[in-house]
Structures are given as C-alpha cells and as structure tokens.
Design a protein around this ligand. Structure first.
Ligand code: NAI
Length: 334
C-alpha cells in the first residue's frame, strides 16, 4: 500500500536533511507518494507567504507530514511558521524521545539516558499575545487552559502505560506562577489519579534542569508546558550528542507532523555538513505510526550500526563526514 505524505523541507539545513531522509526511506523500499510543499523563505519568494495555503490543502488530504526546520526572525519580522502550523492543525502534543545512540561518545556516554518529553504545543507564552502597554513597557500573555493541560497530561500517562514506563514527572514553576502553572499542575494531578500504576512526581523547572544534568538516567517521562518543554528539549538533546540527534513529533487527534528538535542552523546551512540523524529518527517515528514497523526497525538498526562503527559520523558528533557520506553509510547498512 502506498502512503501519501506531505514533505515540508523548510529552510536553512531543512532541505539537506529532508533530502537525506527521503533517500533512506526510498532505500527501505517503503512505497511513499510525497507531496512536496515549500514553507519558509522559499515559499515566501514564490507565493508571498511563509506558510502558504497549499500546506493545509496537502495536509487536509494526507493528514501526515515530514517537516524540516524553518527559521524565525529574532525580535522582529513575521511570526513563527512552526507555532502557526502547530496551532492551526491543533497538534497539541510535542513528543520528544531522548535516547543515547550506541557507540556515540559524549560526556554522558556511559549513562543510560532514555527519557521522553511531552511538551504542550499550542499555548503558554507561545500564544503570541504581546503588546506595548505604554512606551517601554511590554506585556506577553501566558495562556494556560484546563483543556490543553488535561490533554497533554493524558497523552503522557496513556503513552507511559502503553510503553511500560514507570514514572511521569510534571515540570512547572507554580511556586511563582501560582495561577497559570498552578492550573497546569492541578490538571496533571487529576490525570495522575486515574493512573495509579504509574508513579507521579513534580519538579520546579529550574531544579528539573539541574537534576537532568546531574542524574539524567533517573528520568522517565516528563510532561510540561510549551516554553519549559522547548528549553528542556534542547538541554536533554545536549546530553545525548546535541541537536543533530534528537527526533520529535507534533501529534493531534487527526493529523501528525514529524520534525526534529533542531532549528534551521543558519551557521552550517548549504555547506553539506548537517547531521540528518534527528530527522531520520523523526521519520522512524512516522513510519511506526503508518504501521511500517519493520521498515522503522530496519532504519533504526542501520542508524545505530553507523554510530557503532563510528567512521561516517558528521562534525557535530565528532566525525568528519558530510550529510551525503553519513546518509550513504546508513543506506549501505540497510
Ligand atoms: P538551531 O537548532 O538551528 O542551531 C543550534 C546549533 O546546533 C547550531 O550551532 C547548529 O549548527 C547546530 N545544529 C542544529 N541542528 C543541527 C544538525 N542537524 N546537524 C548539525 N548541527 C546542528 O538553533 P538556533 O540557531 O537557535 O535557531 C536557528 C533558527 O531556527 C531560528 O530562526 C529559530 O527560530 C529556528 N528554529 C526552528 C525550529 C523548527 O523549525 N522546528 C526549532 C528551533 C529553532
């Protein structure tokens, strides 16, 4: 059966890692019909919009996308395409598994890190409601709702049960933001009460960051709001080799967009240096969701074999290979 998938290459290193990932999926022999739609800078050049309507038209049909990163201007310019896409499609779960690849040398190589972050994906300080109250005084609204908090907490606990995990920790700052993070925590507690088989804990976000650095192996599943989830995701990526490694998925009730944690990496874009592992591992999650479990398993084994061999690794993880050499090495291992 062929799968219809929307391909959103993005900008910066996006097209490089997207092409590499498509090549591996083709080499796996999975029958995919790609509907390629530009977003970001390329799309703006052609259509005048960073997020053209054709993206939604395609996703309306396919319900699933593989997406490269898209840059967002800092402190000026258009709003984030990524946030808009997640909100518009109601992709309320941002699922980010963080696991050490065998053979990869990092400061934490000997630590058995295997944790998963459930980041709320539609609200919080990413609601984009900002205004200047009077000159030089700006407000940015943090929006927390019961609906969004309950569904992210439920997603985390349901996944923990399904995957045989043992503990969910809610990460918050309810000591300071007593109302907003307080509501998030109350929702987590309410959901936790329905899952007595799963241990439940809570950590204030600053303490969580310290403990993640000192004892990452003690973490299992983390559930948190949008901003803390964004920061904690990059922190934990750093434990297992950096942003070139860690995959992600944006999940809703009807639609799913698979993308890496990393951004468009303008410092290395166009140089053939990007590590496509993160997007490849995101594609592995996508293949599993499509029911292509054997292909997903083969892809993961091939990636792990390349890391275990250590010869064709990219610069970000201490090697000297480029995107193409790494990709060919993965294909050779299939
Ligand atoms: P970044 O993730 O793009 O890069 C941070 C550092 O990690 C850079 O040194 C970069 O070279 C390195 N890096 C990232 N991915 C890599 C890979 N696959 N292989 C090798 N090295 C890699 O974060 P930064 O610089 O903060 O953001 C750049 C742009 O990306 C911004 O405009 C930001 O808004 C956007 N962004 C987009 C995201 C998305 O589309 N989902 C997520 C995060 C940031």
């Amino acid at each position: 059966m062929s799968h219809h998938i929307t391909l959103l290459p993005g900008d910066g290193i996006g097209p490089e890692v997207a092409d590499a990932t498509v090549k591996v999926i083709e080499a796996l022999g999975v029958d995919v019909v790609w509907d390629r739609v530009d977003i970001g800078v390329e799309a703006e050049r052609a259509t005048g919009k960073f997020l053209p309507d054709t993206v939604y038209e395609s996703l309306e049909k396919t319900k699933i996308a593989l997406k490269g990163p898209v840059g967002t201007p800092i402190a000026k310019g258009h709003p984030s395409v990524n946030v808009a896409l997640r909100k518009h499609l109601n992709l309320f779960v941002n699922f980010r598994p963080v696991k050490m690849l065998p053979g990869l040398r990092t400061r934490y190589s000997d630590v058995p890190i295997d944790l998963v972050i459930f980041r709320e994906n539609t609200e919080d300080l990413y609601s984009g409601i900002e205004h200047e109250v009077v000159t030089d005084v700006v407000e940015s609204l943090k929006v927390i709702t019961k609906t969004a908090s309950m569904r992210i907490a439920k997603a985390a606990f349901e996944w923990a049960v399904l995957e045989g995990r043992h503990k969910v920790v809610a990460v918050h700052k309810a000591n300071i933001m007593k109302m907003s993070d307080g509501l998030f925590l109350r929702c987590c507690r309410e959901v936790a009460a329905g899952f007595p088989q799963i241990e439940y804990g809570e950590l204030i976000v600053d303490n969580a960051c310290m403990q993640l650095v000192m004892r990452p192996e003690t973490f299992d599943v983390l559930v948190t709001t949008n901003l803390y989830g964004d920061i904690v995701s990059d922190l934990t990526a750093g434990l297992v080799g950096g942003l070139g490694i860690v995959p992600g998925a944006n999940l809703g009730d009807t639609c799913a967009v698979f993308e890496a944690v990393h951004g468009s990496a303008p410092d290395i874009a166009g140089k053939g240096l990007a590590n496509p592992t993160a997007l490849m591992q995101s594609a592995r999650l996508m293949l599993s969701r499509l029911g292509e479990r054997e292909a997903a398993r083969r892809m993961q084994k091939a990636i792990e074999a390349v890391y275990a061999g250590g010869k064709h690794l990219t610069h970000d993880v201490g090697g000297s290979a480029g995107t193409k050499e790494f990709t060919q090495a993965v294909i050779d291992k299939l």
